[in-house]
Design a protein around this ligand. Structure first.
Ligand SMILES: *Cc1c(COP(=O)(O)O)cnc(C)c1O
Length: 466
């Protein structure tokens, strides 16, 4: 294979990038002052940038490259499928083999009653589909007033109008008049950040019961569904207390509320089982999938839907919804190959049996660091809560994210991609990471924490908010 080389030096690439490329979730002026890091290559869990630095990617790109970079099988399958049938749609009573095979495979992998797949190009699009699906479902069922969907503050469900509205990111809602009508939010089950003096168990129950209170306030006859990530990802890897999900499930069952489990991050082995709903013990009516579905090699998402919903929505004429690229044959072929590799290499079992406990133990040792108030993992996702005062779970007096951003920069300087969400540091490494690479990850993280602490002390930032 011949290498795709850069013909321009890094500074020239950065100048063109600044001049013409609008970046997602980015302060353009701040980026222009600094220049973007140009990534040129990936192999296994490592990235290479345009200056030749090798960086351990503890975020799997954006939570998606679960099989690591540079898998020849995925490249080969994409090329083969492009040569045979690069595109055809699945509208108007047509279909093709990759979409059929992938839908059947997903039905086999998903929990028992989830056997029908509506394809999309991304997680955001799939959640747009879900909003349409649940409203249509209740309409056809003869309960057309059940139209409101309840989400959670600091949840993340994508960046389209529906996705951003279902999510509860205050910074997103503040731009563009969101949420759209018919979507409301309850508080998140973030015990570390918001639990105060309550025990995690009591707090988990209290936060779940906000759903019941919200349903009572709105009227059960107006609520279509509740949407949540089994474990919040973009919100900062917030792991709910164990009491939370069983209570959510009870409430959804008791009030005829559909449960949408957004598995875009948690799906496909991330939590140590195929789906996050299985890890937290939930029985969703719809699961949103994307990201790890294709290991990030091509964009594809979808909704895995219950027999009941598919039957009802399918019983009343056209469902007037779909995307040009729903079930795109090349993306579907790559997703199918991703799942084949996961089964052949027994990735989910290996991760659950060997890698998850190893990561959990290595990560937990970071809790002893003076800057770390909490170090937790579920499966292959982990978080560190940075704090100036461990005993009180205190926030910093400095603006939220000041220390987190500094820590992220130190991680980069030490050859590690670790993301920050406010002052939480988060990881979700490729599922194929080895024990030796986990040691490297944690060593680099510890070095970055040391340097962040030294700098914060020197700058007088180790001060708790009043
Ligand atoms: C990333 C993400 C989405 C959005 O997926 P896109 O492919 O970026 O549109 C939706 N839900 C969750 C939980 C996510 O993490």
């Amino acid at each position: 294979m011949s290498e795709i080389t850069n013909h321009l030096p890094t500074a020239a690439l950065q100048a063109l990038d600044v001049a013409h490329h609008m970046h997602p979730f980015t302060d353009a002026e701040a980026l222009a002052a600094k220049g973007a890091r140009v990534i040129t290559r990936g192999d296994g869990v490592f990235l290479t940038d345009s200056d030749g630095n090798r960086i351990l990617d503890a975020m799997s790109g954006l939570w998606c490259v679960n099989l690591g970079y540079g898998r020849e099988e995925l490249a080969d399958v994409a090329a083969r499928q492009m040569r045979q049938l690069a595109y055809y749609n699945t509208f108007f009573q047509t279909t093709h083999v990759p979409a059929i095979a992938l839908a059947a495979k997903l039905a086999e992998l998903a929990p028992g009653h989830l056997n029908h797949v509506f394809f999309a190009g991304s997680g955001s699009e799939a959640n747009d589909t879900n909003l349409r699906l649940v409203r249509r479902y209740w309409d056809v069922k003869g309960k057309p007033s059940k139209q409101i969907v309840i989400g959670r503050k600091n949840g993340y469900h994508g960046s389209t109008m529906a996705g951003a509205s279902l999510g509860g990111m205050a910074g997103m809602h503040a731009q563009g008049g969101l949420p759209i009508p018919g979507i409301v939010h309850i508080d998140q089950p973030d015990w570390y950040g918001e639990g105060g003096a309550a025990t995690p168990e009591a707090f988990g129950l209290a936060r779940a019961r906000q759903l019941e209170a919200k349903i009572a306030e709105l009227g059960e006859d107006r609520v279509a569904a509740f949407i949540a990530e089994p474990i919040q990802g973009a919100g900062g890897v917030i792991i709910p207390p164990e009491t939370y999900w069983p209570e959510i499930q009870r409430i959804c069952d008791a009030h005829e509320i559909l449960l949408i489990s957004d598995e875009v991050i948690c799906g496909f082995g991330r939590t140590g089982q195929w789906f996050g709903a299985q890890t937290v013990g939930a029985r969703p009516d719809i699961m949103t999938i994307a990201k790890g579905l294709s290991s990030g090699y091509l964009p594809i998402g979808g909704s895995i839907v219950s027999d009941e919903i598919a039957q009802v929505v399918g019983s009343a004429g056209d469902f007037n919804h779909g995307y040009t690229y729903s079930g795109h044959p090349v993306a579907a072929a790559v997703a199918l190959e991703t799942l084949r590799i996961m089964e052949e290499e027994q990735i989910v079992d290996r991760v659950a049996g060997v890698v998850v406990p190893y990561l959990a133990a290595a990560w937990a040792r970071l809790a002893a660091h003076p800057l770390v108030g909490e170090a937790r993992t579920v499966g292959m996702m982990g978080s560190l809560a940075l704090t100036p005062d461990k005993a009180r779970r205190a926030r910093f007096a400095a603006d939220a994210g000041t220390i987190g951003l500094r820590c992220r920069e130190q991680c980069f300087a030490n050859g590690l991609v670790m993301r920050h969400v406010g002052d939480r540091m988060i990881i979700a490494p490729p599922l194929v990471i080895t024990e030796d690479e986990i040691d490297q990850l944690v060593d680099r993280a510890r070095r970055a924490l040391d340097q962040t602490l030294q700098a914060a002390l020197a700058d007088g930032l180790m001060v708790a908010a009043a």
